[in-house]
Design a protein around this ligand. Structure first.
Ligand SMILES: *[C@@H]1O[C@H](CO)[C@@H](O)[C@H](O)[C@H]1NC(C)=O
Ligand SMILES: *[C@@H]1O[C@H](CO)[C@@H](O)[C@H](O)[C@H]1NC(C)=O
Ligand SMILES: *[C@@H]1O[C@H](CO)[C@@H](O)[C@H](O)[C@H]1NC(C)=O
Ligand SMILES: *[C@@H]1O[C@H](CO)[C@@H](O)[C@H](O)[C@H]1NC(C)=O
Ligand SMILES: *[C@@H]1O[C@H](CO)[C@@H](O)[C@H](O)[C@H]1NC(C)=O
Ligand SMILES: *[C@@H]1O[C@H](CO)[C@@H](O)[C@H](O)[C@H]1NC(C)=O
Ligand SMILES: CC(=O)N[C@H]1CO[C@H](CO)[C@@H](O)[C@@H]1O
Length: 491
């Protein structure tokens, strides 16, 4: 045989062998993913999803603003004794704690396998995926930059270990995904600083904070790194599906890796994630902040209040409040613990005269307390960010700086977060439906009082105003017309 021909046959054989390996791989992956999806969809609960069940799980997707809901709503609604031990760290989680009814964590949906599923309501907040990736990148760097007060990485790492063993509260470095993202960025920031110091030449910097490689890992490098692929991209979908890197489900890692390898298999994951969103008590949107908070107060807040105020709950609360005040020892939250509402609810509960109808006043109070709280929380966050970004100045993540990020990088982000983009669109639909239902109930009169105490003028109150206005306008036009005609007659 002619050597060229021989070579061609050889290549062909290799090609065939390769194709069959890939095909088999794909087939195996598809089976794994499909069987996971089928068993996930089978766990359906048919009960009314609009009614708050005994147990509330806040599935907190990182960088969606969930912290403000936790501090400014849930901590005011639930006495801390009803809060389950923080499970940000797997080892500490103990759902068997008596009376525990609220769980707020970055854990993914698979944690519901440890909860009384039929008695659990799930709520979450989603955010535009591209903004979420930006925010994740910025926060990883912001927290890591706090360590730059140390002369070198060794001493920074040692300090972090010492701090973690000392603090009894929850440390960012214990929380998934930050326990991976922050040390990764910390190492990177120190390496860049060392390189900068050891160089003689003047540093020539671009003017784009997302691409200043002398100071921090450029955004493009970050999003294309394997750690980001495993932890950041499509993170909301994986979290709602229960397939994150932090999942409790044994097969989750295989499923996730298959989906990352074969993008087409993502549709199975999306199907499960959408179904889960459908079944949630509440889905908020970071972007629609005002509406989301209002809806949260009306949908979740009102039901928590009436649930905890139910006559047969009152004894429970009195007991647990006392325990709570003794065991309450989280330093990071102390500034949010003194609030009128928490006291109000427990007073009403302990006096035993609370009815569901009382909810009308309380939701208004809740919204008021929320606004003050969120203001303080945001100020504190802004202060921390400014002081830690100073350490890597001129890097500064301002909103305007995002406008300089090249379209090519944005396109990559979209490609890497295709599932999240679709899930987010779906969440927007759910949100607008939920919004309509809530408004409808408000205008129906069921929550009339809530609305009027919280926001002054509600729709039904506006109707007479609108009619009066139209009538006045009509009168005005009429008068003008008559005057014009009389003027004409005079001329
Ligand atoms: C790191 O800093 C500490 C504290 O200043 C110092 O004792 C140590 O020798 C330094 N380590 C290295 C490798 O430079
Ligand atoms: C930074 O970039 C903006 C927009 O491209 C430009 O207007 C500005 O002059 C630049 N500043 C510096 C210092 O290069
Ligand atoms: C999760 O991701 C981190 C960072 O990439 C990695 O170190 C860790 O092993 C992963 N865990 C699992 C269970 O895949
Ligand atoms: C409290 O009362 C409601 C009905 O009013 C009932 O469904 C619920 O099971 C009771 N809870 C307890 C703990 O007894
Ligand atoms: C909480 O309120 C009590 C009195 O009601 C006050 O003594 C205490 O200083 C307050 N704590 C905080 C953190 O504001
Ligand atoms: C709550 O509203 C109902 C009617 O919607 C009213 O009867 C009741 O008095 C109100 N409660 C309070 C405390 O204002
Ligand atoms: C916070 C709250 O709802 N407080 C109410 C407790 O009950 C009394 C009347 O029983 C109301 O006046 C409070 O507003």
């Amino acid at each position: 045989m002619d050597p060229t021909l021989k070579f061609c046959v050889f290549l062909l054989l290799i090609g065939l062998a390769n194709a069959s390996i890939t095909k088999k791989d794909f087939g195996a992956c598809e089976r794994v993913v499909r069987s996971w999806a089928k068993s996930s969809l089978d766990q359906e609960i048919r009960e009314d999803k609009h009614t708050l069940r005994d147990f509330l799980f806040f599935l907190h997707v990182p960088r969606t603003g969930g912290r403000t809901y936790f501090h400014c709503f849930l901590k005011k609604l639930y006495p801390s004794s009803l809060e389950c031990p923080r499970s940000y760290d797997k080892l500490r989680f103990d759902p068997s704690k008596p009376n525990c009814r609220l769980l707020v964590t970055h854990d993914d949906y698979s944690i519901t396998s440890k909860l009384p599923r039929e008695r659990t309501s799930v709520v979450t907040i989603l955010r535009d995926p591209i903004d979420r990736v930006f925010s994740t990148y910025e926060f990883s760097i912001e927290v890591a930059a706090r360590f730059l007060v140390h002369p070198n990485l060794t001493s920074a790492t040692q300090m972090a270990v010492r701090l973690r063993s000392k603090t009894r509260g929850v440390n960012t470095l214990d929380i998934w995904p930050w326990k991976y993202l922050v040390p990764w960025m910390r190492e990177d920031l120190f390496a860049r600083r060392d390189a900068r110091y050891s160089r003689e030449a003047a540093i020539i910097e671009s003017n784009d904070s997302y691409d200043m490689e002398d100071f921090a890992m450029p955004l493009q490098e970050y999003i294309n790194h394997p750690v980001a692929e495993d932890i950041v991209h499509n993170g909301a979908t994986f979290q709602v599906a229960g397939l994150t890197n932090n999942s409790y489900l044994a097969e989750s890692h295989e499923v996730r890796h298959c989906v990352q390898k074969y993008k087409i298999l993502g549709r199975y994951v999306l199907e499960v994630a959408k179904k889960r969103l459908d079944d949630m008590l509440y889905v908020g949107l970071t972007e629609e902040h005002r509406e989301s908070a209002t809806m949260f107060a009306n949908v979740v807040g009102a039901q928590v209040i009436s649930q905890l105020n139910a006559p047969n709950m009152s004894l429970d609360i009195v007991d647990s409040r006392e325990q709570g005040s003794l065991s309450d020892s989280e330093p990071e939250n102390s500034e949010y613990q003194n609030n009128t509402l928490e006291r109000g609810v427990s007073e009403n509960a302990s006096s035993g005269n609370a009815e569901v109808a009382e909810a009308n006043l309380t939701v208004g109070v809740l919204m008021k307390a929320y606004e003050g709280c969120i203001f303080r929380l945001r100020n504190a966050q802004r202060g921390r960010r400014t002081s830690s970004l100073k350490r890597i100045s001129p890097v500064n993540f301002l909103k305007e700086a995002r406008l300089q990020v090249p379209e090519e990088v944005l396109q990559q982000m979209r490609f890497l977060n295709d599932l999240d983009l679709e899930l987010y669109e779906y969440a927007r639909d759910i949100f607008s439906k939920q919004h309509k239902t809530t408004l409808h109930k408000l205008t129906e009169g069921r929550w009339e009082k809530i609305a009027s105490t919280a926001y002054g003028i509600t729709l039904w109150k506006a109707i007479p105003l609108v009619i009066t206005f139209l009538f006045l306008l009509f009168l005005f036009l009429l008068i003008v017309n008559v005057r014009r005609r009389t003027l004409k007659v005079k001329q």
